[in-house]
Design a protein around this ligand. Structure first.
Ligand SMILES: Cc1ncc(COP(=O)(O)O)c(C=O)c1O
Length: 405
C-alpha cells in the first residue's frame, strides 16, 4: 500500500500523518520493489559506523568494509554459480548492460561486427546497441511472435559468421514474458558467440541457472528484488574479457572504477538471499493472485465497444506480472482515473517518462492507441487479495469514464 494524498493529484508519500492520507494498492513492482526491512537492517551499520572505504585494506575500518563487500560478493557468486572474481558490482542493470555490450564489442574490435538483439528489450539494451551501430557495428533487432516470445529459428537465421554478441533478456519488464535463455545460450555456445542476458526482472523471481546454461554475461539490479536502488551487478563467465567502460582507480578488477558502496552491496546480497529463499512460495502465491485479478477483470461490466486483451504469454511469464490492453478507451483518461486508486503503469518507467507508447506492446502488434490504453499490473511480496479486489473495483469505475463515447 502506498500513502496517497487525496487533496492533490500526485502521490504524496511525505504526508504520513496527514488526515487526508489514504493508502492505495501498489501494483508497480516491475518498476521497483520496496526495500525489505531485513535488507535495510543489514545495510544500516555501513552508513555511519562501518563507513570506511573498502579499497583501504591497510587499516582496520577499511578492512572491515572490504570484508563486508567480499562476503556480499561471495553470496552473489554462490547464488549464480561463478567464482567471486566474476561478479562486478555496478550502479544497476543499466550500467551492467552498458558494460556488457560496449565492453565486449570494444574488446572484440576486429573480430566481428554484428550484434543481435530483440525488439522487446529494455532501453538499457536497445540504446547501447544503437550506440554501437552508430560506431560502425551492424545490428539486427529481431521481432517477436504475437505472444512476445522470440522464435529460436529466427535467432538462428539471424546469426552471421561475424556475429560477435547476442543480447536477449530473461524476462520482459512490461509483459513478464520469459524467453528461453537455456536454448539461446546453447545456440550461442555452439556458434562461439557471446550471449548477454539482461536478467533484471527475472533474478529472484523465477528459477534460473544462467551460468550453468552457458550465459556469458548476466545483468542484475538490486531494486527489482526488494533490495536498494543504485546497485546491481554484471556477472561474467570466467575467461571472457571485457574492455572497461569506467576508467579510474581500478576497482572491481579494473572493470569498473569508482569507490564501492558497502551498504548498497551488502543490501543487494541480503536481498538476493531473501528473494531466493521465498521465490517459490512467493511465485505461487502471486501467480494465484494474478489469475484472480485477470478473472476479476474478465467479470467486469464493460461499456459497449470495450474489450480486454491479455498481453504476453500466460504459460511463459513472470508469476507476478499481468499486462492488459483495454481496447476502446482513451488511455490517458483511463490512467488519469486509475492513478488515484491504484499505483500501476502503462509500460516501462522509461516509456512512462517520455509519454511514448510502449515499444514492447507495439512489437507484440498493439497499435499506439492500444499501447497507451494498457495496464501493467506488477504484484509483489506485500500484495493481498483485498488489494486485488480494490484494483478490480477501481478498473470497473474507471471504464465508463474512459470509454470513447
Ligand atoms: C529489464 C530491465 N533492464 C534494465 C533495467 C534498468 O535497471 P536499473 O534501474 O537498475 O538501471 C530495468 C529497469 O526497469 C529493467 O526492467
Amino acid at each position: 500500500m502506498l500513502p496517497y494524498c487525496a487533496g492533490c493529484s500526485v502521490f504524496c508519500p511525505f504526508l504520513p500523518n496527514s488526515p487526508s492520507r489514504q493508502t492505495i494498492p501498489y501494483l508497480d513492482h516491475n518498476a521497483t520493489t520496496p526495500c525489505d526491512p531485513a535488507v535495510v537492517d543489514a545495510m544500516a551499520p555501513y552508513w555511519s559506523e562501518a563507513f570506511a572505504n573498502p579499497s583501504q585494506r591497510g587499516h582496520r575500518p577499511g578492512l572491515a568494509a572490504a570484508v563486508a563487500v567480499d562476503q556480499a560478493r561471495q553470496t552473489v557468486a554462490d547464488a549464480l554459480g561463478v567464482p567471486p572474481s566474476q561478479v562486478i558490482f555496478t550502479s544497476g542493470a543499466t550500467e551492467a548492460n552498458n558494460l556488457a555490450l560496449k565492453g565486449l564489442c570494444e574488446q572484440r574490435l576486429g573480430h566481428g561486427r554484428h550484434l543481435v538483439t530483440v525488439a522487446t528489450e529494455h532501453a538499457a539494451v536497445l540504446e547501447p546497441c544503437r550506440y554501437l551501430e552508430r560506431l560502425g557495428f551492424t545490428l539486427t533487432v529481431l521481432p517477436v511472435q504475437p505472444d512476445g516470445r522470440l522464435e529460436l529459428a529466427a535467432l538462428t537465421a539471424a546469426l552471421q559468421p561475424d556475429t560477435v554478441l547476442v543480447s536477449v533478456m530473461a524476462a520482459n519488464n512490461e509483459t513478464g514474458v520469459l524467453q528461453d535463455v537455456e536454448a539461446i545460450a546453447a545456440l550461442c555456445r555452439q556458434r562461439r558467440i557471446a550471449y548477454h542476458c539482461d536478467a533484471a526482472q527475472a533474478c529472484g523471481h523465477v528459477p534460473m541457472n544462467p551460468m550453468g546454461w552457458g550465459v556469458d554475461l548476466l545483468s542484475l539490479s538490486g531494486h527489482k528484488f526488494y533490495g536498494p536502488k543504485g546497485v546491481g551487478a554484471l556477472v561474467v563467465r570466467p575467461g571472457l574479457a571485457l574492455a572497461p567502460q569506467l576508467h579510474g582507480g581500478g576497482q572491481e578488477g579494473g572493470y569498473r572504477s569508482g569507490s564501492l558502496s558497502p551498504p548498497l552491496i551488502v543490501g543487494l546480497a541480503k536481498a538476493l538471499t531473501l528473494a531466493l529463499q521465498d521465490q517459490q512460495e512467493r511465485g505461487q502465491r502471486l501467480q494465484g493472485l494474478r489469475e484472480e485479478l485477470w478473472h476479476g477483470l474478465n467479470g467486469l461490466k464493460l461499456p459497449p465497444g470495450v474489450e480486454l486483451l491479455r498481453n504476453g504469454c500466460p504459460t511463459h511469464s513472470l508469476p507476478h506480472t499481468l499486462n492488459v490492453t483495454v481496447r476502446g478507451v482513451d488511455g490517458a483518461r483511463l490512467h488519469g482515473q486509475l492513478r488515484r486508486r491504484v499505483a500501476l503503469s502503462s509500460g516501462s518507467s522509461c516509456s512512462s517518462a517520455t509519454g511514448k507508447p510502449s515499444h514492447v506492446l507495439r512489437a507484440l502488434g498493439r497499435s499506439s492507441t492500444e499501447a497507451v490504453a494498457s495496464l501493467r499490473f506488477g504484484l509483489g511480496r506485500g500484495t493481498t487479495a483485498v488489494e486485488i479486489d480494490q484494483t478490480v473495483a477501481a478498473v470497473q469505475d474507471a471504464l465508463p469514464l474512459a470509454a470513447y463515447r
